[in-house]
Design a protein around this ligand. Structure first.
Ligand SMILES: Cc1ncc(COP(=O)(O)O)c(C=O)c1O
Length: 430
């Protein structure tokens, strides 16, 4: 995998095989799988084969336990009370923020804003930084492989401001055309918004290089990290990006929580996103004085249990020795690509040289929904459709694809089950 940045992500618990001090470690996949209770479920009488982790990952017991512990032992509203439980809840919530800071290697906890997920993080930047810095005739540059959540907020902003949304093209293999992207960045470009890993193609984009291109023209860079954080080591300082957005639920955490990283100088000058409790220092009918970041961007009672669950997910990922995890996921990905390439009539969509954990394909003229439905009867869960990337589908000339996506618990056996299921699909449509 490319664009793997070093970070201080700590190894807290070993879920990887023992090895000599300097020897290679391997992921103890049986132990990893035991941590995910849902993987023991049967679907239509078959063992569950979950290949839809890019939509949402399954949750390890440690995350489930951390959240129930919060409700059982620590639940109270944060930041407001002087009583014991409120202090414990605040410590748990702010402790989770410190874990996110460490996870991304941000400089300061104040650079981490809790949000509902990637979508909210991007909307926050568009509505605050965007509305104050993008004016008429300015440009926002995105790419042809973005998820709708990294398209629509910019489109809305550009419409409101009379600015122009520009789109960097991709090659047929599903890689960014970097020279075109560079050509599209100019004095009018205020912001470049790009995905770290494509949710359809699996392409890993060279973020540091893109940041250098953008910064050379004074443009800020927002990275959509939704599909990167479960797989890559992300170091926002090494990447040099201005904003980084991700969701907890795609990286073994709960739904309804995610984070926006933004450099503190930017957060300090950005106006608030929503008004309400906690984001203020004082309120009168004449004037409100806002709190400082990150509280300024967290109006109302936050998702405290969600933040605690996200913290537990970060600990879980930290417990998987990164090189071992990466080697395991790459092995299953390579095995999957080889196995699917051998299925007659199957065409892989997205063949970039640097890919992470996503394989899209089409099979003869069978509609992807039919593929997904037949596979489901075999206990195999995949995703089919446009994957919230309709402009990318148009570029590819396809209405939809079938998509297999992997996580730490995925195995070669999962791929074997998928390939047997595809045999059934071929029999039905022969
Ligand atoms: C690349 C990418 N960006 C953004 C999102 C949106 O994430 P969420 O729905 O968690 O806000 C997704 C979700 O699939 C995604 O894959």
């Amino acid at each position: 995998m490319t664009e793997v940045q070093t970070s201080s992500r700590a190894t807290t618990r070993g879920v990887h095989g023992q090895a000599g001090q300097s020897g290679p470690t391997h992921l103890d996949i049986e132990r990893v799988r035991l941590e995910f209770p849902i993987l023991r479920e049967k679907v239509h009488g078959k063992s569950l084969v979950y290949l839809d982790s890019a939509a949402t990952s399954q949750k390890p017991q440690a995350v489930i336990d951390a959240m129930s512990h919060f409700f059982l032992k620590e639940n109270a509203n944060v930041h407001r009370g002087v009583h014991y439980l409120s202090e414990r809840a605040t410590d748990a919530y702010e402790g989770a923020r410190a874990k996110v800071k460490q996870f991304l290697n941000a400089k300061d906890v104040g650079e981490i804003v809790f949000v509902r997920g990637t979508t909210e993080a991007i909307n926050l930047v568009a509505q605050t930084y965007g509305r104050t810095h993008v004016g008429a005739d300015d440009e926002v540059l995105i790419t042809a492989m973005e998820h709708h959540s990294n398209i629509v907020p910019w489109q809305m902003l550009c419409e409101e401001k009379g600015a122009r949304l520009r789109v960097a093209p991709i090659t047929d293999a599903g890689e960014l055309d970097l020279s075109e992207l560079e050509r599209l960045i100019g004095p009018k470009t205020k912001l470049v918004a790009v995905t770290h890993v494509s949710n359809v193609l699996g392409t890993v984009n060279p973020i540091r290089q893109i940041v250098e291109m953008a910064h050379a023209h004074g443009a800020r860079v927002l990275v959509d990290g939704a599909q990167a954080v479960p797989h890559l080591r992300v170091d926002v300082r090494a990447l040099g990006c201005d904003f980084y957005a991700f969701s907890g639920h795609k990286m073994y955490g709960p739904t309804g929580i995610g984070a926006l990283y933004a450099r503190s100088e930017l957060l300090d000058e950005m106006p608030p996103y929503q008004g309400g409790g906690d984001m203020i220092l004082s309120v009168s009918f004449e004037k409100t004085v806002y709190n400082k970041a990150p509280a300024k961007f967290e109006a109302g009672t936050p998702n405290m249990a969600g933040a605690v669950g996200l913290g537990a997910a970060i600990d879980f990922l930290g417990g998987l020795e990164h090189e071992a995890l990466s080697a395991h996921e790459q092995d299953v990905l390579d095995y999957g690509i080889r196995a699917l390439s051998d299925v007659p009539g199957l065409r892989l969509i997205g063949t970039a040289s640097g890919k992470a954990s996503v394989i899209s394909f089409v099979l003869d003229d069978v509609h992807p929904h039919d593929i997904g439905t037949i596979l489901d009867r075999e206990g195999v869960a995949i995703r089919t459709g446009h994957h919230c990337a309709q402009p990318l589908m148009n570029r590819l000339g396809l209405p939809a694809t079938a998509r297999v996506s992997l996580a730490c618990y995925s195995t070669r056996q999962d791929i074997d089950a998928l390939v047997s299921g595809l045999e059934k699909v071929r029999e039905v449509f022969r």
